[in-house]
Write a protein that binds this ligand. Structure first.
Ligand SMILES: [Zn+2]
Length: 175
């Protein structure tokens, strides 16, 4: 399951990457696609079609354009990202709700685990707590260099998903 996401849903793209999904965010493919206009709409639909991605959008016209080409699409109705994830579930897009360290939430590249002996990569980054180096598992994005670890940020995300979605999953309205 892969996604392409319009410019109004940046936060949702971050969360889907945290959940492990290959997610193209419109604002990041500027090179290939112009500003938010008809050309961009066409390009997003074409990308979804060629790469079999599910298109997520807040834009009714974009959703209609996708449906015309038989591209799987969800017209997102809410602003809150937890509600948006819920909308996906309501459309029978059964996303996993556990964060997994497989994808860079900044740039969508696959991340890899840092091996013993590679700790210098971590010391170069001032946002990595020095006291955790050697004790925790870390991952690095080969494309943008961002470092990831299962720290408090990660636990907060997991807890947010649990509170908002996992505990309520059975209470979701049926199709
Ligand atoms: Zn990256």
């Amino acid at each position: 399951m892969r996604f392409v996401i319009d410019r109004m849903l940046g936060k949702l793209s971050t969360w889907l990457r945290v959940l492990g999904y290959d997610t193209v965010y419109a604002a990041e493919v500027n090179g290939k696609i112009g500003a938010g206009n008809e050309d961009e709409d066409r390009a997003l639909v074409a990308l979804a079609e060629h790469e079999t991605r599910i298109l997520l959008t807040r834009d009714k016209n974009l959703a209609l354009a996708a449906m015309k080409r038989d591209v799987q699409c969800v017209k997102i109705e809410t602003d809150d990202v937890m509600e948006q994830l819920k909308e996906l579930l309501q459309h029978s897009i059964n996303i996993n709700l556990e964060p997994v360290p497989v994808r860079c939430s900044e740039c969508n590249a696959g991340i890899r685990k840092i091996e013993e002996g590679e700790e210098d990569i971590l010391r170069e980054k001032n946002y990595v707590p020095k006291s955790m180096i050697g004790k925790w598992d870390f991952w690095v994005c080969p494309r943008c260099g961002r470092i990831y670890w299962e720290g408090s940020h990660w636990r907060n995300m997991r807890e947010k998903l649990r509170q908002n979605l996992l505990l309520k999953r059975n209470a979701l309205p049926k199709e």
